[in-house]
Design a protein around this ligand. Structure first.
Ligand SMILES: [Mn+2]
Length: 330
């Protein structure tokens, strides 16, 4: 593992023109990692460091230092880079069609990720499924490079870490995650500000949307699966956006006795985003893979095309089947 970090570090030292990007619908790990690594490379005086996100950054993360540098693919100033760095993506197409094309044109593609389902699509692949967040992997690389970690870099990487660990509550949290957090706090991560912006910054619309969505909470007969739905109807009624349901998936999972919590988000008519979280034994990465998605053992997702009710039925059915199989296997 260490040698790969060195390979990435060397690629960063040697080259001068960088494109850094992450996945569609960027979450806190995507944005925090993009900015953390981006600001660190900028501080080295590189000729070009472009920070590009395939989708706009949600309002949630606009307080992050450097967020004004993040541009959409349409704003790219050039089409060829020495190095394309892809963060938190299992495969190139997670960065969207436009960026995928440009990344294929880069001299080198550096793939930095922590998803177990990563396809190792880069020339350099630093994939650490034991890391709680891509931000944690980036800290390892920056340490390898022995470059100065500024408070702004630390703040961004800290956000990456607390997003993917649910503020150190999820099971992917390791002793190393805490050590990385301590390291980032020592380097000036603005913890108080981060907590307020991320956990005490909900819009009224978001809470009203939660109220409606909780009304859909359902539980399987055996009590192992619980699910909730955010429909387009709710979003229209409240004037809400899909970003307003951040964290909703924790509610079905929080029920006593439940092994797997599922959230259905109707992005558009017939386009359903499904999130899975499991507690103790169900491998939801494999479950999501049945529908062309993936992620981690305890947290994964996929997008399914079809009418909402039909998708719900299919997913619950498959989940129940998986549960039966994994209990038999135990
Ligand atoms: Mn991540």
């Amino acid at each position: 593992m260490k040698s790969h970090h060195k390979e990435a570090a060397n690629t960063f030292w040697k080259n001068n023109e960088f494109l850094i990007t992450s996945h569609l619908h960027p979450d806190g790990d995507a944005v925090g990692s993009l900015l953390g690594l981006g600001l660190a490379l900028k501080s080295l005086g590189k000729r070009v460091v472009e920070l590009i996100s395939p989708h706009p950054i949600s309002e949630h993360y606009q307080f992050l230092p450097g967020s004004e540098f993040i541009q959409l693919p349409g704003n790219l100033t050039k089409q060829r880079f020495d190095v394309g760095i892809v963060l938190d993506c299992t495969e190139l197409n997670r960065a969207g069609k436009e960026l995928e094309k440009i990344l294929r044109n880069c001299e080198n593609v550096v793939n930095i990720d922590h998803h177990i389902s990563n396809k190792n699509f880069g020339n350099v692949n630093i994939v650490d499924p034991g890391a709680a967040a891509t931000g944690e992997v980036i800290v390892d690389i920056l340490k390898e490079m022995e470059i100065q970690i500024t408070p702004d870099v630390a703040t961004n990487l800290y956000v990456a870490l607390i997003t993917d660990t649910g503020s150190f509550q999820y099971q992917n949290t390791t002793p190393k995650s805490y050590r990385t957090a301590a390291f980032l706090l020592e380097h000036g991560a603005a913890q108080g500000q981060i907590q307020q912006f991320l956990n005490e910054h909900r819009s009224l619309t978001s809470l009203r949307l939660l109220e409606k969505s909780l009304g859909t909470l359902s539980i399987s007969e055996n009590g192992l699966t619980a699910w909730m739905t955010v429909s387009q109807k709710f979003l229209h009624e409240l004037g809400g956006k899909i970003e307003d349901c951040e964290g909703f998936i924790n509610y079905p999972k929080s029920l006593v006795g439940v092994e797997v919590g599922i959230l259905f988000k109707e992005l558009n008519n017939n386009e359903i985003k499904v999130g899975f979280r499991s507690k103790n034994f169900l491998d939801v990465n494999q479950l999501a893979a049945c529908f062309g998605g993936g992620g981690h053992e305890r947290a994964a997702g996929c997008t399914i095309w079809g009418p909402l009710k039909e998708v719900e039925r299919k997913v619950i059915q498959t989940t129940e089947k998986f549960l039966t199989q994994s209990r038999k296997g135990k």
